[in-house]
Design a protein around this ligand. Sequence first.
Ligand code: ADP
Ligand code: MG
Length: 713
Amino acid sequence: MHYFQAVPKYCYNLNMSAPVKIQYLKGIGPAKAKLFERLEIATVQDLLHYYPRTYQDRRLNTTPNEYNSEALVVLKGRVLRTQLVPAKSILIFKAVLEDEKGHQVECTWFKKRMYRAFRFDPFGQIKKDFHVNNEVWVIGRKQDRGAMFATQITVEEYYVAADTLTKLHAGRLTPIYGLTEGLTNKQFRQFMYEALQSNTLTETPEILPPALLQKRRLLSAPQALKAIHFPNSLAELGTARTRLAYEEFLLLATAWGIKRTQTKILAKDYSYTVKKKLLTPFREQLGFEFTGSQKKVINEIFEDLLSTRPMNRLLQGDVGSGKTVVALCAMLLAVENGYQAALMVPTEILAEQHFLTFKRMLQGLPVNVAILTSSTKSAEKKKILQGLADGMVHILVGTHAVIQDNVQFHNLRLAVIDEQHRFGVKQRSKLKEKTSKLDLLTMTATPIPRTLALAFYGDLAVSTISELPPGRQPIQTECATSRLAYDRVREEVQKGRQAYIVFPLIEESEKISAKAVTEEFEKLKKIFPEFRLAILHGQMSQAEKEDVMADFAAHKTDILVATPVIEVGIDVKNATVMVIENAERFGLASLHQLRGRVGRGAHESYCILVPQHAGHVAKERVDIICATSDGFQIGERDMQLRGPGEILGTRQSGDLEFKAGDVFKDRDILYWAIEDRDELLSQDPGLTKPEHVLFRQKLQELYQQNWHLIDLS
Ligand code: ADP
Ligand code: MG
């Protein structure tokens, strides 16, 4: 940290003009700026770095007789004639277009019929734009039913060919952005276009050292930004991503490189000895034997704890592999030595659950466990804070409330972080600050390939639990229709088991997802009138969520209908069916995590995927999940699936989140960055040469904003 503070002040803001607030971009203003705020876009610079979520291929690459019902139809043609067709409850507007090769295609729009007295014409604008002979672009889907023409399509978007901005939306690889309610992709592309025309783009400083730009033949920053938003070809998109990914990787790798030289000097000013005063009785009353893998990782962790340098270890193990007890062993070693330990988890539901598990496993032992979350009542909280300060509380379980400023420990020495990738940006950095002088154990079920972790993090130690506890029932995974899935649910619940039915998040907004799942919940209540159903989603209050989880754990309800909020860590042994609706909308890692919610007890368990519109990749994902239950293998397959050929696919957020780069797909670029980092730091360890000053400044900026990627330190 001191490293950066040594930078002379006059280096700051070299060449960098003041950031322009987003509201001053043409067409935005204060109201729209609020919407952008939700996407964490405050300045034009932020907007430029808000990369497309995916791209739609809207180049003309098919002719009408090649249209199929799955792919997007992109058509450019002249209007031949139009017709308004009144039907009972809807109005239909039809336009026949002729494309350049003389194919005729009928386009249709459907609108609800309005109250007659209402003079508004729902097709007013369309009629204006579709006058005979006008040239238009149409984006839509092929319609199969009752086609009078060889090809009929339902229109999703259209653009008048002569409009200047049409070139942003049609006839090209078109960027699709992650939006928020109130913004459309069309608007977003136009704002982005404005931003790309502005001085902000041309004044974007080149932070990469010129020698590296040349060595790797990278695009300049403005070129790359232009091309990532409006690529002229897949190849250009590729080079833009390469540049931006390289920059991200190089920054992180350098930060790690510097960190590594710093931490080498550090030594702990406390030490442990293995007394077994707690560990032995704990093991005796546990009720099961550790697996070989668990023993191995416990040894690795203990070795770290007993050494003179602070531990920085990542514990990875598949869903259900038993990471919690391993963490508990480490915490008991701390407690045996008179120290305190804390376990931090990303959600309150999970905190509650770990707390109960710990209390159960530590029954009769002289260990005080407390739980602290943002909904802990203030009287209770006061007591806990007192206990932490005077050392009466030995183990604290909690959410990020644990790292708030008013929490003072007597002698905290060990911090364990569960599912660390789920923590928000701010929480992670705070966590890092609070834990920098402690022994730190981070746990994850989303494995990072070992070579990658080592290459990247350098001295981050990795422990892997490679087997599941014995006696686990393999989970039967299959694809089926809703009806068959519900039959299975009914059968199991009648036997006294419980079930989850999960719906995907709808990406535009949490609110919409909550509404969607609520609607489904109402339907499901009618399908299962004889059972007790409960609903769980992200918009409910914490207390509500906890009640719902507690009732489900106590078998007061039979079926839990939920969004993926239950994805992580939930452990209800009596639950034996997991139904995943719209399974094609989930990534491999999520599917695997969700499946891990069942098969936790002695009963045979089922995971049933119900896909809706299975595209090619989606189907492959679903097939992989059905075929294997090994999380590491799934991770590898995921990587293959999302290989370089799949640039047009959707991005999946993983453990290491980069905006442009992807540690799996862009491995080669990652290795470039690591190699170049080593060279850079060996030539100019302080990054003080003039050609490195901007790079160093950027690094410092990110570091001061507590860049969430530097969080495993
Ligand atoms: P995860 O690694 O996904 O966090 P958990 O720690 O929640 O897994 O463990 C899953 C379940 O397996 C828990 O109910 C835990 O008590 C149980 N468990 C852990 N280790 C063993 C073992 N060696 N033998 C039997 N059951 C175990
Ligand atoms: Mg866990």
